[in-house]
Structures are given as C-alpha cells and as structure tokens.
Design a binder for this molecule. Structure first.
Ligand SMILES: [Cu+2]
Length: 468
C-alpha cells in the first residue's frame, strides 16, 4: 500500500467532475428527498477478540454510536422508500470508501474510487445519502484495498425493511465470514499467490457474527426469519440445516414467489439468503446450520429452542412482497459476450487502492489493471432503458461469484440445466458454465462488474459497464 500524499489528493480532486453521472440526475431511483438524520460510520482500527481469549490486533471495523453490538460493524436497518444518510469518517491509516452491495442507488453513492467518487482519506469524511428502492438483506463494505480492509473486518450486514414485511416469532441476522489468523490469534498473510490463481486463499477461523459456532436462542415451535449474508472474501458455502425444516424465502434480497423447502443451498461471497426456520417443539433442542462444502460438515451456527412450543406450521409462513422485476424487452435485446478467463501471469500496475502485485484473471481477455484515475475502457456502453443479454462464459476451472453494481439482472438460461428466473446482483458461475443474464440498463453511470472472490477481483477479474 503506497503512502497517499496530499498532492495525490489534489490530483484526484481535480477529476471529481468526472465522477458519478448520478450527480444531479435523480433517475428513476431518485436521490434522497428530505435529508435523513445521518448516522456516522467511523472506520477504525482496534483490538478485538475473534477466537479464544487473546485479542487480535489491527482489526478494522465500523463504529456507529448506539448501533454496534460488540466490535462487529453494526447491523444497519433501513426502510424501503425512506431516505437514509450515513457519514463515513475515515479514522484508519489509508483511504477507504463504502459500497452498498445490492442496493440500486445513484451512481455517486456507489462507493467505487475513481469511477464514482474520490478517495476518502484519513481524517476526511464522505456523506452518503440515498433511498433504498428494494427491501431485503444486503450488506456494505469498502471498495478500496478491499482484500485487507474486508479481510480485517470491514463487512457489515444491511437490512432494508418493508413496512409490509410479515412478522415472525424471531429474527436472527448472521454475518458469515472467515479470518486469516495464526495460532497466536494474529493476522497472517491475507493471500497466497498460488491460491489467488486458483479458488482463492481460505480463512483459518470461521465465524458467524464474529463468533465461532455461536448459539442463538429462538422460541420453541416458532417461525424464525434467518437472514444470512456471506461477506467473506473467498469462501463459498453449501449450507444445510440439521434438526429443523426451513423454507428459502429470498435469495440475494429478492423474494421467491413461494417459499422453497431447504435441502442444501449454495451461497457464495456477496450473496444473501433469507430462510424461515420452524424451531423444534422441545425446549433445549438444538438446530445446527452446517457448511458441508467440500465434504466434512462444519457448524456455522446453532439455534436453541427456548420456552413452551408456539406450535407454528411452516406452511403458514407468509411470502414476502416482491421487489421490482427486471422488465426485459427480449425483442430488442442486445447481446454482450463476457468471457471469464485466466490471463498470462504478469505484474499488475501499482494502485493506490491496493494492488496484490499480480494479474491472474481477465474479462474478455482484459485483466483489470487496478483502480486508477485512468481506468480501462468499459466492457460495454449501455443505453438507458435498453435491454441487454449478458452471455457470460466461464472458461476457468474455478467458480466465480460475479457481482454487478447498481442494477439487477434476471437469470435466463444456463448450460448447466434449467434455471429459475431469479433476479439478483450476484451470480455464481460454475466452471465451463455458460449463462445468459437479462439486464435492463436503468441506472445511469459507471457500474463495476467483478468477481466477489476478492483475490480474483484484485488480480484482474473486474470491469465495468457505462450506462449513458
Ligand atoms: Cu472469481
């Protein structure tokens, strides 16, 4: 990480005018109407106990008065259609920003250095303000030196409530992530180049809400809404629930038309899952949420039935109000080929936003050179309101959770078999898979499109679309 000088600040300030086609253009999503009372999210470095009794040094997190429960970034609760405002205060020793993952908000609020906003330097602030158009489970994280900043803790869950959300007997929100810690509880190297060139470098300690195998109490015989967000930089989970039945109600914040019985669910970095669990009737019974990928089950979290059974029926769980559909016009759609590949290994350009020093991956043969004030050309220029078909092909032997900022797509078809017409912002494309995603370019600006295995993102598997 190079030192950032004030001279660089002035240089980057000079190109502020180029940022954010969203500035002054309300678009269909609108800027926040009346200013909401802003919360403060202060990026801080501190000690925190993650595993055992010893404090881990150099943990990075967000602090917000009255909202934190422990050292984890606070769970933010917004309301669909109501203005939200947060002032980022940077108290860590390098630049940062906040990206609001999965929220369809104006480009100027998207938090990507150079493409949508300037760096927020140490000691500086940045005011985010927007009105979330969709309800669901989302999350937030930096988009600067992300492997370090996210790897050291800066990943928080964000819930957008709908005033019409059905009420359940309990709600539990879990932030699923790993840590790269050595036996002494201190951070070890965040990645290994040979792993970055494969499926990524896995954490050594798994947590849910920054706790190893936590147990949460829930009413016996009750219906519990479980919101899960995978905020890890690498790990893909295959989740299974042992000891209770559950319905999948929403994927990536988007409600399903009807709840689907949970068998196993694959959920990758960037993705979210909303479940309704029917807790056992017997007081003290334990339900286990397990990760069975690749084979030996690992406990992610436990849920303990407490009290006298409420005797609910899972079949009575009400569905959620849908978010806006992707209104694709297939008759006028333009196809955009997107080939995800490895690239000839070479050194990446130095980047203020943290280069890993390698380039292993590419989209359409172009490895992202790193965040800079001279980025590569967009993957494509999209016309506002037009429908596009992203014909994405993974010619690598690894899975990639590909994330699009600012807009949703609809899954149309896959070479791997029948697909549900899911609406999402993140698609886990498997090795050798070809998938077709329909996208309506309904939000102006430059929108990043990248793999959410952060080592892949940072070593080339990144690009952006420009909506004009
Ligand atoms: Cu990837």
């Amino acid at each position: 990480m190079p030192k950032i000088s004030r001279r660089t600040l002035l240089k980057s300030a000079a190109v502020v005018g180029a940022y954010g086609a969203g500035v002054g253009l309300a678009g269909r999503f609108g800027m926040a109407k009346a200013a909401a009372h802003p919360i403060t999210l202060e990026a801080v470095k501190r000690d925190a106990v993650i595993v055992g009794n010893e404090a881990t040094h150099s943990v990075l997190t967000y602090e917000s008065a009255g909202l934190n429960v422990g050292p984890m970034p606070p769970l933010l609760r917004l309301t669909r259609g109501e203005p939200f405002a947060a002032q980022l205060k940077n108290s860590i020793d390098e630049p940062t920003t906040i990206h609001w993952h999965g929220l369809r908000i104006p480009n100027a609020m998207d938090g990507v250095p150079f493409l949508t906003q300037p760096y927020v330097y140490t000691g500086d602030t940045f005011d985010y303000a927007f009105t979330p158009p969709d309800a669901g489970t989302f999350w937030y994280h930096p988009h600067c030196n992300t492997l370090t900043q996210m790897g050291h803790g800066m990943t928080g869950v964000l819930v957008v409530e709908d005033p019409d959300d059905p009420v359940f007997d309990a709600e539990i929100v879990l932030n699923l992530r790993d840590w790269r810690l050595g036996g002494d509880g201190q951070f070890i190297a965040q990645f290994k180049p040979r792993d970055a060139a494969k499926s990524g470098t896995y954490g050594t300690v798994r947590t849910a809400n920054w706790a190893v195998e936590p147990t949460h109490d829930a009413p016996a015989g009750g219906l519990v809404r479980l919101r899960l967000a995978v905020t890890d930089v690498t790990r893909i989970y295959t989740l299974k629930l042992v000891g209770a039945d559950a319905l999948i109600m929403a994927i990536d914040g988007q409600p399903l038309p009807v709840g689907e019985p949970l068998d196993t669910a694959v959920i990758s970095p960037g993705q979210r899952l909303d479940l309704i669990i029917r807790m056992p009737d017997d007081e003290g019974a334990i339900v286990k949420l397990e990760d069975i990928r690749p084979s030996t089950p690992k406990v992610v979290a436990n849920f303990r039935a407490v009290g006298t059974s409420l005797k609910r029926n899972l079949g009575d769980a009400p569905t959620f109000r849908p978010n806006a559909p992707v209104e694709a016009d297939f008759s006028t759609a333009t196809a955009i080929p997107l080939v995800l590949s490895a690239t000839a290994e070479n050194a990446a350009k130095e980047s203020f936003c943290g280069s890993l020093g390698y380039s292993f991956w590419a989209i359409n043969k172009v490895p992202w050179p790193g965040d800079s004030d001279d980025p590569t050309a967009p993957l494509a220029e999209l016309k506002l309101g037009q429908t596009y078909l992203l014909n994405m092909e993974n010619v690598t032997p690894h899975a990639h959770p590909i994330h699009l900022h600012g807009m949703n797509f609809q899954v149309v078809s896959s070479s791997n078999g029948p697909v549900a017409p899911l609406v999402s912002d993140t698609y886990l494309i498997m090795p050798d898979e070809k998938v077709q995603l329909a996208l309506v370019a309904d939000n102006l600006g430059d929108w990043v499109f990248h793999c959410h295995i952060i080592e892949h993102q940072k070593t080339g598997m990144t690009g952006y679309f420009r909506v004009i």
